[in-house]
Structures are given as structure tokens and as C-alpha cells.
Design a protein around this ligand. Structure first.
Ligand SMILES: [Zn+2]
Length: 282
């Protein structure tokens, strides 16, 4: 005889145990092929099934959040990159529309291995744009690594054989690799050789690469020697060039910092406080 729990009752109509909450059956009837007759094993009622479904979904969400947090810690090695998000974009740079578009079209970009080459003058927002793409995709559960060659070279320094291969292979685990500030590293023969290895392995594993650089497109298209040429050729083949022209956003930022500082050290008047509240600043 099956024990009846507090939230159950025995329905005389079918002789089975039912749930008090949803009225669904918690027993099922199965014919006994050996002895004849039937037996009545336990089963879950609809509200128990629903509770289990919710528990699994909550667990999945928890795991997803944990995975994203871990990937961010791995993929955004510099703390400041956490602040490079669409939410922190002041809307001053029209090129940012391209970053939104890239993120929105990510499945196609990934499938067709389309990367970006962000080039232009210092302080025009290239790293910020790349960082926004990194954060937006990481939030969508995509493995992204944003790094730069000096960091990679420091990591590779003194690494040989299997360790070196394992590290280079690990870069291929990321669906998107972002190399910030190409061209700032010392161009020794060793450095160029490592750079080529990275770019070439990315090229061969058919996964997208985003590069930011202060170099001019002209310099990339007319490299000084063969060592540079084979690196730049690979990049130009797979990365769509986007020019960052004109405005220096770092100067803008410096100006707004000055303005904010002025506000902070100026004794507030009634009308000033009003303006600040209306704008929702501070
Ligand atoms: Zn139930």
C-alpha cells in the first residue's frame, strides 16, 4: 500500500492518489505482464512537473550567469574594459552604429569569419568601440578575448614547445579575438614572428578577429618589409576596415572632466542645483 502524503488524497473514482493542489494523478496504472493484474507506480502530477521545469530553468540561468562572469574575467583582462559598454556610450561618435550592427549581425559575422579593422588617429574611440563589442557579445554568452600584443608577447616570452602550442591553441577557443593597439609593440624579428603566428592561426581556424590600430590604412597596405606584409595581408583579407576620423574623444572627455570638476568646486546656487537635477547628472 502506497503511503498518502499530506498534499495528496485517494480518489475513489479511479482508486489512484491525486495531488490536492492541481488534482492531477500521482499514480499511474501499468499491467503486470507476469502475474496479471496491474500495479500502480508513482508519477509526477502537472504542478510537480512545472516546479521541476522551473527549477531546471533557474539552474540553467544561474549557470549561464556564472559562465558569463567567468568568461568576462578571462576575456577582459584589463579592469577598465568593463566600462567599455554601449550603456556608457555618450552617443557622440556616429561610428558606434557600426558596433551595434556588428553585434546584431554576430551570427553571420561568425559564420562567414568577418572581422573588423578599426584604424585612425589616437583617441578617436577605437578601443572603446571594440570593448563595447566585446562586452555586448560576452553578455550574450559568446567567448571573447580582448588583449594586445605586448600582453601576448609577455605571456609567450620564455614559453616553448608544448606550452607555446597550448597557449596559441587556447586563443582559438575564443569565438572572437580582439587585438587592441596593433603597432605599438617593439617590432623585433621575434615579435613579428609571434604576431604572425597569432594572426595566421586565427586565419586558419576561420574565426573572426578585430584589430585596432593607430596605423594608417596606407601604411597597412604598403608595409615596410615582408615580415610586416604577411601580417597585414592576413588582417586586410578578413577584417573590414573602419576609419575613425576627426574628433578626438579623449580631448572631449578631458573637457567634460574639467567641466565636471568646475561644477564640483563651485558652491551651488539654487538655480544651479535645479539645472543639475533636471539633466539628471551628478
Ligand atoms: Zn499537482
Amino acid at each position: 500500500m502506497t503511503e498518502i502524503r499530506e498534499d495528496e488524497y485517494l480518489d475513489p473514482a479511479d482508486g489512484l492518489i491525486h495531488c490536492r493542489k492541481c488534482g492531477g494523478s500521482r499514480q499511474t496504472v501499468i499491467p503486470d505482464p507476469f502475474k496479471g493484474g496491474t500495479f500502480k507506480p508513482r508519477c509526477v502530477c502537472p504542478c510537480q512537473q512545472e516546479a521541476e521545469r522551473r527549477r531546471r530553468e533557474a539552474e540553467k540561468r544561474r549557470q549561464r550567469i556564472e559562465r558569463i562572469r567567468r568568461r568576462k574575467a578571462q576575456g577582459l583582462q584589463d579592469r577598465y574594459l568593463y566600462g567599455y559598454t554601449f550603456a556608457n556610450d555618450n552617443g557622440g561618435n556616429p561610428v558606434m552604429a557600426k558596433a551595434h550592427a556588428y553585434v546584431d549581425h554576430w551570427p553571420q559575422a561568425f559564420k562567414r569569419n568577418i572581422g573588423l579593422l578599426l584604424f585612425g588617429d589616437v583617441g578617436t574611440g577605437k578601443s572603446f568601440l571594440a570593448g563595447c563589442i566585446a562586452n555586448a557579445l560576452l553578455d550574450r554568452d559568446v567567448p571573447v578575448l580582448m588583449t594586445n600584443f605586448p600582453t601576448i608577447l609577455a605571456r609567450l616570452c620564455g614559453t616553448f614547445g608544448e606550452d607555446r602550442t597550448a597557449f596559441l591553441d587556447s586563443l582559438g577557443d575564443y569565438d572572437l579575438l580582439i587585438i587592441d593597439d596593433l603597432g605599438v609593440e617593439r617590432n623585433t624579428e621575434y615579435a613579428l614572428e609571434q604576431m604572425f603566428s597569432i594572426i595566421d592561426s586565427r586565419y586558419r581556424c576561420n574565426k573572426p578577429l578585430i584589430v585596432t590600430t593607430n596605423l594608417k590604412l596606407d601604411e597597412l597596405k604598403n608595409p615596410p618589409d615582408l615580415a610586416h606584409a604577411r601580417i597585414y595581408d592576413r588582417i586586410l583579407e578578413r577584417c573590414a576596415p573602419i576609419l575613425f576620423a576627426g574628433k578626438n574623444f579623449r580631448e572631449d572627455n578631458a573637457a567634460s572632466t574639467k567641466a565636471a570638476a568646475r561644477q564640483i568646486i563651485t558652491p551651488p546656487t539654487a538655480s544651479h542645483r535645479q539645472t543639475v537635477t533636471e539633466k539628471g547628472e551628478l
